[in-house]
Design a protein around this ligand. Structure first.
Ligand code: UD1
Ligand code: CA
Length: 429
């Protein structure tokens, strides 16, 4: 697409998020294992190289910390000394935009995790094809309360935005709302920002005031402006409160489950299944009810998971693995055909092909200070209620008898049978 070299993306994330009632910045609250901000960043990939984010003193440190842990390290942080409204937020990023010679900027609130990539692409297409200097994304919602309402003139042209607290009677019924996403010509943006004041109910600098300024300017000039209305959509949801956070989680959770089902995964009961954004699942795997999969997890084909299973970050299951009732697995790799069907905890474990973990087997991976690994070769079997203290590395076909406690570093060789408390080898080869 044209113009890409001078295109920048600006995310607004300096607001205090008062309505969240939280010590944590609003945009760092988690939705299915990822921050609200991260969801937004993923949707706005128009200008990988020129991503800017407005932060406050309160949010800077937290966002820096998050950035350090994230692969996307090229976000330029712009400090807004005191959060005094969205126009003021943009103003504090203006020097950075100009320094990088950004001519067109996509502005996105940091609190809308449901925004889709396709929507941003479409908005950009309209902006470029129609040679606009300003394009706004709007949506229609059942309950517009809390959002800025869109006012249009007799020709249907966008005329102004009125914020919730400044509504006049009759305007509260308007269902077309401002999503807070805009494409701006930077020179026009700068002109608008210099004229925006704080004459409104909240005494804040509203970025939304640019719309009436642009409307006036376009009447007497060649300036072109327009909008892209999404129609009825959940994409505009802004996460301002804990209730809206829960709504965002519910929506994105169903999106994820639908995507998995579309790709050939059976999910018997979506209502009781929680699967994080970064989980990948192979075809014909069946997820039974009450399954929770969090973090970055990869499951192969033809696996069967649940009911009542919790898989955490760092779990990889090869094909045909069975994990059943009340089994919790963290940071472990289970080889093809491995089974852990009842009442187990596996942490920092590596299981070869066809290992069978007996009911109640626990890998004791934590000594109070450090985590240690447990490695099983192929086709090992553990008896019911055995405790394997890590670290330990076993050969192939090792059998551990029921009720055994295997102390750390026993490292039984292939084809041995061991049992007891503490477990000793009773048969080798
Ligand atoms: C804003 C819009 C509203 C729109 C809604 C969509 C304005 C005045 N209102 O309202 O028309 O319908 O979004 O969700 O723009 N922020 C800063 N610095 C500030 C203030 C806010 O960086 O000084 C950031 C916030 O962190 C947030 C974003 O800007 O991510 C939007 O601010 P928020 O307070 O959530 O605006 P809304 O009241 O939701
Ligand atoms: Ca908001």
């Amino acid at each position: 697409m044209k113009n890409k070299n001078t295109l920048g993306t600006l995310i607004l994330a300096a607001g205090q998020g008062k309505r969240m009632k939280s010590a944590l910045p609003k945009v760092l609250h988690k939705v299915m294992g990822r921050s609200v901000l991260q969801w937004v960043l993923d949707a706005v990939v128009l200008s990988e190289k020129n991503v800017f984010c407005v932060v406050s003193k309160d949010t800077r440190e937290a966002i820096e910390g998050y950035q350090a842990a994230d692969a996307r390290k090229n976000i330029a942080l712009c400090l807004q000394e005191i959060p005094r409204g969205t126009a003021d937020a943009v103003k504090s990023a203006l020097p950075a935009l100009k320094k990088r010679n950004i001519k067109t900027v996509l502005i996105v609130p940091g609190d809308m995790p449901l925004l889709r990539k396709d929507t941003i692409q479409k908005l950009f297409q309209i902006h470029v094809q129609k040679r606009h200097q300003f394009t706004i994304l709007t949506g229609i919602v059942e309950n517009p309360s809390g959002y800025g309402r869109i006012l249009r003139d007799a020709q249907g042209q966008l005329r102004a935005i009125v914020e919730q607290k400044d509504l006049q009677s009759g305007q509260e019924k308007i269902q077309e709302i401002n999503t807070g996403v805009y494409l701006f010509d930077v020179e026009l943006l700068e002109r608008c920002l210099s004229k925006i004041g704080t004459r409104n109910a909240q005494k804040e600098f509203y970025l939304t005031d640019s719309v009436s300024l642009i409307y006036e300017e376009h009447k007497n000039s060649k300036l072109k402006m327009g909008s892209y209305c999404l129609g009825y959509t959940d994409e505009c949801l802004g996460v301002n409160s804990r209730q809206e956070l829960a709504q965002a989680i519910a929506k994105l959770r169903s999106r994820k489950l639908e995507e998995l089902m579309d790709n050939g995964v059976t999910i018997e009961d979506p209502a009781s299944t929680f699967i994080d954004a970064r989980v990948k699942i192979g075809q014909d795997t069946v997820i039974h009810p009450f399954t929770v999969i969090t973090g970055e997890v990869t499951l192969g084909k033809n696996c069967e998971i649940g009911p009542f299973t919790h898989l955490h970050d760092g779990v990889v299951l090869d094909d045909q693995v069975l994990v059943g009732n009340f089994v919790e697995i963290k940071k472990s790799h289970l080889g093809q055909g491995a089974k852990a069907k009842h009442l187990s905890y596996l942490g920092d474990a590596t299981l070869g092909k066809k290992v069978n973990i007996g009911a109640g087997t626990i890998t004791a991976n934590y000594d109070g200070k450090h985590k240690h690994p447990t490695v099983f070769g192929e086709a090992c079997r553990t008896g019911s209620n055995s405790v394997i203290v890590a670290p330990n590395t076993f050969g192939d076909r090792v059998v551990i008898g029921a009720g055994s406690v295997v102390p750390a570093n026993r490292n039984f060789p292939s084809d041995s049978l061991a049992y007891g408390v503490p477990a000793k080898i009773v048969k080798q080869g």
